[in-house]
Design a protein around this ligand. Structure first.
Ligand code: ADP
Ligand code: MG
Length: 634
């Protein structure tokens, strides 16, 4: 049968990433081998599982392994596995395309930081493509378990690849690299050297549970003097296959942990912290968890890929086992190996499983206590953790009632106390003013918007510190956290606030009674109450939500997620010292033109809304009123 060879273009983002790979001076080119072996190992795990689940699948699983073959003359290196393999469509999808969810982000980041290849490579963790760091051309031959024909894929990493159907492919996958010439200056080693390969396998992939085999050549000295030595070749397993999680922490080097992390997490960064756990007794299990040092581009994507893997008695069961850690700790990677669970366990069973619940509870506690340790003793590492994962971690304030206090203590927030440093609540409390009972916070879209918002004026003027909460999740958790160490959390834009106002600076409501009543009537459609404010120093007015009311920002978030929540009317607070307010009071007594005045009332309301970053219901009307007013003043 003649091969039908088809040439296809790489998807645009994949092409850009490849270019980065080929031209970037990524310092550690050796990592390509770890990536190939990691993929082979995953493929063997998948085949073993598939054969276990599907008894009709016609595959031989008696000798699952990885094989490395070197051809020094042809300058090729082949990594072969007899694992699950890929169908033609899978080859196109998995190898020719980047993960769909990542493309938009990648495009943005490429535009924003084109020079920062190293960081991008770290965030996107481009396994298979890393082969192009060391090869001019890559050839992949694969046949999926259960299928009769296979697929050959070839590319030199320049815009396109070819793909063809082949009938004689063995089951599994082999990847052959046509190596670039070795170049020591460029850290491009000679990967046709069996010693080099052995060294790299030892360094990067020693713990892989499947045997990694290689034909090793040995020179045997001649038996008689003056005779020629003979070269023999024998197949050896070159990895020790020890499960790192089964070893005590003292017997594993940082480097070994780091390489294992990169394999299980499909990551390129270094782990920030390694957590090794061992539980004996009723439910026996071992766990090896990692806190990464860099967030992946798809941190917010809940069906993101590698999380915590579940093993049962050293056998891989599933890749991303959501049940093992709560959602807000989804950045944690690693392995849990349970001793007393059935190999047959499915996701559905897991959701109900008592043992899994126990494990999840203790992993959560352990991760939290580890983070507490970072916070107390390794400030820089804690900061790294918080910058990378804080936004996700804060979801725990909403979802993990049992550990809310611990999560709250581990959290830190931007505040008016510093432009650059964030603060924990405990530190905030130490800076509270005499007589201050509450912890003040403001929520909104950006620090800049909040700092200029009228709500903050008096807090700033009187020297009260305010937390500036600008992540979307902040709008939500503040609703479920009532207090910290006996201090209520109080929004600067909600309810009444007591800023230690003295008799003298309290204006008499009575002096403004007519104005307040008239404004309430005039703006009835928009506000439920009009009162004098203690929050304002320079703005004429601001809008306040009831203590238990829903803020407009929160309502907007609900709406974005498809839920319609009623936004109640808010309270208009007036600054009794502002000339616009006193002037309006005067005009109300003097003027006959009540229509003109009610337009002023509308403008006052609209201005308050704009100042907090809100949006007007009828911007065209507001603009017309304003233009009309301005026309009279020029
Ligand atoms: P990742 O391993 O992080 O998913 P890679 O670029 O390393 O990213 O691989 C992309 C995908 O290609 C893998 O998820 C897998 O589905 C498929 N793949 C790669 N190598 C193999 C292999 N040896 N056997 C089967 N599938 C493979
Ligand atoms: Mg991979």
């Amino acid at each position: 049968m003649s091969e039908q060879v088809e040439t296809r273009e790489f998807q645009a983002e994949a092409r850009q990433l490849l270019q980065l790979m080929i031209h970037s001076i990524y310092s550690n080119k050796d990592s390509f081998l770890r990536e190939l072996i990691s993929n082979a190992s995953d493929a063997l795990d998948k085949l073993r599982l598939e054969a276990f689940r599907d008894k009709d699948l016609d595959v031989d699983t008696s000798d699952l392994h990885v094989e490395i073959a070197i051809d020094a003359e042809a300058r090729t290196l082949t990594v072969r596995d007899n694992g699950i393999g890929m169908s033609r469509d899978e080859v196109v999808d998995l190898i020719g395309t980047l993960a769909k969810s990542g493309t938009a982000e990648l495009r943005q980041k490429l535009a924003a930081q084109p020079g920062d290849a190293e960081q991008l490579i770290g965030q996107f963790g481009i396994g298979f493509y890393s082969t192009f760091m060391v090869a001019d051309a890559v050839e992949l031959l694969t046949r999926k378990a259960g299928e009769t024909s296979g697929t050959r894929w070839e590319s030199s990493g320049d815009g396109s690849y070819t793909i063809a159907e082949v009938d004689d492919a063995p089951q599994g996958t082999s990847v052959t690299l046509h190596l670039k010439p070795a170049d020591a200056d460029d850290e491009l080693h000679d990967y046709t050297s069996q010693w080099k390969i052995r060294e790299l396998v030892k360094k990067y992939s020693d713990f892989i549970s499947w045997p990694i085999r290689m034909d090793v050549e040995k020179t045997v000295p001649a038996e008689e003097e003056g005779g020629e030595p003979t070269v023999t070749s024998e197949t050896e397993t070159i990895n020790s296959r020890t499960a790192l999680w089964a070893k005590p922490k003292s017997e594993v080097s940082d480097e070994e942990y780091a390489q294992f992390y990169k394999h299980v997490a499909h990551a390129w960064d270094e782990p920030l912290e390694v957590i090794a756990m061992r539980a004996e007794g009723t439910f026996e299990y071992q766990a090896l968890l990692f806190i990464p040092s860099q967030a992946p581009f798809d941190l917010f994507n809940r069906d993101g890929r590698a999380g915590v893997q579940l093993y049962v008695k050293r056998v891989f069961i599933m890749g991303d086992c959501d049940e093992l850690v709560p959602d807000y700790l989804r950045f944690v990677k690693g392995v849990v190996d349970a001793q007393d669970m059935s190999l047959n366990v499915s996701r559905e069973i897991l959701q109900q499983d008592r043992q899994i619940k126990v494990i999840r509870r203790s992993l959560t506690k352990k991760v939290l206590s580890t983070l507490k340790d970072l916070q107390a003793n390794r400030a820089d590492d804690y900061t790294t953790f918080w910058t990378q994962f804080g936004r996700v971690f804060k979801e725990g304030l909403i979802s993990d009632g049992d550990n809310r206090d611990a999560v709250l203590r581990l959290s830190s927030f931007a505040s008016t106390a510093s432009e650059t440093e964030s603060t924990t609540l405990a530190d905030y409390v130490t800076r509270m003013k005499d007589g201050q009972e509450q912890i003040f916070y403001a929520t909104g879209e950006s620090r800049q918007l909040l700092e200029r918002s009228p709500h903050l004026e008096a807090f700033k003027a009187k020297g009260y510190e305010v937390l500036l909460l600008t992540d979307p999740v902040d709008e939500v958790w503040v609703e479920s956290v009532p207090e910290f160490d006996g201090h209520a959390l109080q929004s600067v834009a909600k309810g009444e606030v007591d800023l230690g106002t003295t008799e003298e600076d309290t204006a008499d409501q009575g002096d403004f009674a007519d104005l307040l009543t008239w404004l309430k009537e005039t703006l009835d459609e928009h506000v439920k109450e009009v009162r004098l404010s203690t929050r304002l120093t320079s703005s004429p007015a601001c809008l306040i939500t009831d203590t238990f009311g829903i803020t407009p920002q929160l309502a907007r978030m609900y709406r974005a997620s498809g839920q319609e929540v009623p936004v109640g009317k808010r309270i208009l607070e007036l600054n009794p010292d502002h000339p616009l307010v006193t002037g309006l009071r005067q005009a109300l007594t003097d003027s006959e033109d009540k229509d003109g005045l009610s337009e002023t009332a509308e403008l006052l309301y609209g201005t308050a809304l704009l100042a907090e970053g809100g949006s007007l219901d009828d911007p065209a009307r507001f603009a017309a009123l304003l233009a009309d007013r301005l026309a009279r003043t020029v």
